[in-house]
Design a protein around this ligand. Structure first.
Ligand code: UN1
Length: 507
C-alpha cells in the first residue's frame, strides 16, 4: 500500500509530493474525499494546500528541470516504460480505489488505468523519436534544421472523471519531452492521483521531476498559473474554468492547452442497424454515468426509425442495473458527488419545463442502500428540440435527449448546432453518407457506427469550437503542447553568407 499513508485516528491522511518526498502542507488543513456510492465512507484526508506549498513544488520542479532536460530522451523514456509495467502490476488496486473515489464501475475503472498504461508505452516510444525536421538551406555549405526543446515546468490541472488516464495524457508526454511537472489533481480524486505519482516515483524519476499538490483552484491552481517559472498550463475541465485559466494565461503570454466541454451526438439514419445503434447509444449515454466529455448526450434520429429506436432504447435503459461500481453486475454507478447530483437533476427539471417528454428516469434514487450515495436514474428525454437547453448545455450525467429529424442533412445541421465540437457519430450503412458526415461534422473526433466515447491514445484527442483552444492530446500530437521549436542554421562555408541577398545580387 501507498507510502503516503499515515495513520491518525484510524483514518488515512495523505500528503503532498514535493522534491521526491511526501510532505505535510504548511497549512495543516485537510479535506476529505468521500465514496459517492456511500457518503458515510471517507476514502482519505488530503492537504488543503496554499500558495506557499505550491511555490515549494514549483521550486522543486524548476530546480530539477536542468538535470532532467539533459537526461537523454531514451533514458527518460525507460523510466516511463517502467511506470507502464508498475501500472500493470497495480492495475487492480488503482481501479478499485478509483471506484471508491469517483464511482465508475470496476470494468471501466480498469479501462481508465489501461488507458494510462497504453499512454505510458506510447510515450516511452516517443523517447526514441521526438522528431525534428531538416530542410535544405538556400545557401551553399549551410545546414538548416529545427529541433524540439522542452518548455520547462508544466502545470497540470486535471478532472475527476478519468483520474488516471487524463493525468497520464498530460504528464507522460511532458516528461518524455524533458519537462518537469507540478500536478494539481481534482479534489474528488486525490488518492488515485497520488498513487499514479507514487508509481512514477518508484519507476525512478529523479526528485522534483514530478510534484503533486492537492487543494483548491484558488489556493493551488491560481498560484501555479501565476508563477512565472511555470511555462505551460495543461488543463482538462469545465468550459467556465478553462476560459478563466486561458484568459489569465493569455495575459501572462503563457502556453495553455484546454480540453473542455462537449455536447456530443450520435446520429441514427433510417438505413442504420437499429440494434447496433441502440447498443452504442446506451454505452455512449450511460457509460461512466454520462460523466465523460465524450458522453453521448444527444441522439439525433431519422423520423422513419424514431419510434422503433426510442422504444428499444428506453427498454434497454430500464434494464440497466444501478449500484455500487465495485459490484461487477452493476452497469451504472453513482455520480461523483452530491453537488453534481443536484446539478444533473436540475437539468431534468429544466428539460421537463422546456416541454421535452420524459420517456424514462428522471429521479434521484434514494431507495435502500442507494440512499447513502449519489445515484441518479438513467434518464431519457424524447421529442427534444435542438434549441432546448438540455440539447445545448453539457449536463455531465446520465441524461440523454432524443431529437427527431427529417433528413440526413438536418441531422448534420443539428449535430453541428451547439457551441461544442468534441465527438460526433453517424450510424448508417451508406458509405456515401458516412464519408459526407466525416467531412461535415464540426468536431475533433468522428465515429462511424460506433458511439461517441472510447477514443484510443494513438490518435489526437480534442475538439473544435468551445471544446478547446486548438491543442490535441495523445497521438503524435501529444508532445506539441509541451515543446518549443528551435530553428538552427549551421554555416560551414567560412564566409559571411547573406540569406535573401547573396543569391539575388545583380538581378
Ligand atoms: C474524457 O471524458 O475527458 O474517449 C476523456 C473516451 C475516453 C476518454 C474520455 N477514452 O471516452
Amino acid at each position: 500500500m501507498t507510502k503516503t499513508l499515515e495513520k491518525t485516528t484510524g483514518q488515512q491522511v495523505y500528503h503532498n509530493f514535493i522534491d521526491g518526498k511526501w510532505i505535510k502542507s504548511e497549512t495543516g488543513r485537510t479535506f476529505a474525499s468521500f465514496n459517492p456510492a456511500n457518503l458515510d465512507e471517507v476514502v482519505g484526508h488530503f492537504p488543503l494546500s496554499n500558495a506557499n506549498d505550491t511555490k515549494l513544488a514549483v521550486d522543486a520542479a524548476h530546480k530539477a528541470f536542468h538535470g532532467w532536460k539533459h537526461t537523454p530522451a531514451p533514458e527518460r523514456a525507460e523510466i516511463i516504460l517502467k511506470a507502464a509495467y508498475l501500472l500493470e502490476t497495480r492495475k487492480e488496486e488503482l481501479a478499485r480505489n478509483m471506484v471508491r473515489e469517483m464511482g465508475k464501475v470496476i470494468k471501466e475503472a480498469r479501462g481508465d488505468v489501461q488507458e494510462a498504461i497504453d499512454m505510458a508505452k506510447y510515450a516511452a516510444g516517443e523517447g526514441r523519436r521526438l522528431l525534428g525536421m531538416t530542410t535544405p538551406s538556400e545557401l551553399r555549405n549551410k545546414f538548416a534544421m529545427a529541433v524540439r526543446v522542452p518548455i520547462g515546468v508544466i502545470g497540470v490541472i486535471t478532472p475527476w472523471n478519468f483520474p488516471v488516464a487524463i493525468p497520464s495524457w498530460k504528464i507522460l508526454p511532458a516528461l518524455v519531452a524533458g519537462n518537469t511537472v507540478v500536478f494539481k489533481p481534482a479534489s474528488d480524486t486525490p488518492l488515485v492521483a497520488m498513487q499514479f505519482v507514487e508509481i512514477l516515483n518508484e519507476a525512478g524519476l529523479p526528485p522534483g521531476v514530478v510534484n503533486l499538490i492537492t487543494g483548491s483552484g484558488s489556493e493551488v491552481g491560481m498560484p501555479l498559473i501565476e508563477d512565472p517559472r511555470v511555462g505551460c498550463i495543461s488543463v482538462t475541465g469545465s468550459s467556465v474554468t478553462g476560459r478563466r485559466i486561458a484568459g489569465r494565461c493569455g495575459e501572462l503570454m503563457k502556453r495553455i492547452s484546454c480540453e473542455l466541454g462537449g455536447k456530443n451526438a450520435i446520429c441514427v439514419m433510417e438505413d442504420a442497424d437499429i440494434d447496433l445503434a441502440v447498443d452504442g447509444a446506451l454505452w455512449g449515454s450511460f457509460g461512466t454515468a454520462g460523466q465523460r466529455c465524450t458522453a453521448t448526450s444527444r441522439i439525433i434520429i431519422h423520423e422513419k426509425v424514431y419510434k422503433q429506436f426510442a422504444d428499444k432504447f428506453v427498454a434497454r435503459a430500464k434494464a440497466l442495473k444501478i449500484g455500487d461500481g465495485l459490484d461487477p453486475k452493476v452497469d451504472v454507478g453513482p455520480v461523483v458527488s452530491k453537488s453534481q447530483l443536484e446539478s444533473i437533476h436540475e437539468y431534468v427539471e429544466i428539460g421537463k419545463k422546456e416541454g421535452a417528454k420524459l420517456l424514462f428516469g428522471g429521479r434521484i434514487l434514494t431507495e435502500g442502500e442507494l440512499g447513502k450515495g449519489c445515484f441518479h436514474e438513467p434518464t431519457v428525454f424524447g421529442d427534444v428540440k435542438p434549441t432546448m437547453r438540455i440539447a445545448q448545455e453539457e449536463i455531465f450525467g446520465p441524461v440523454t435527449a432524443l431529437i427527431p429529424v427529417k433528413s440526413f442533412e438536418e441531422a448534420i445541421e443539428v449535430a453541428n448546432g451547439t457551441e461544442y465540437g468534441l465527438s460526433l457519430s453517424m450510424y448508417t450503412h451508406d458509405v456515401n453518407r458516412a464519408f459526407k458526415a466525416i467531412e461535415e461534422f464540426e468536431s475533433g473526433i468522428v465515429y462511424i457506427n460506433a458511439p461517441t466515447i472510447g477514443a484510443e491514445i494513438q490518435l489526437p484527442f480534442g475538439g473544435v469550437k468551445q471544446t478547446g483552444n486548438g491543442h490535441r492530446e495523445a497521438g503524435t500530437t501529444a508532445i506539441e503542447q509541451f515543446t518549443e521549436w528551435k530553428s538552427v542554421y549551421v554555416d560551414y562555408s567560412g564566409a559571411l553568407q547573406r540569406a535573401q541577398i547573396d543569391n539575388y545580387e545583380g538581378e
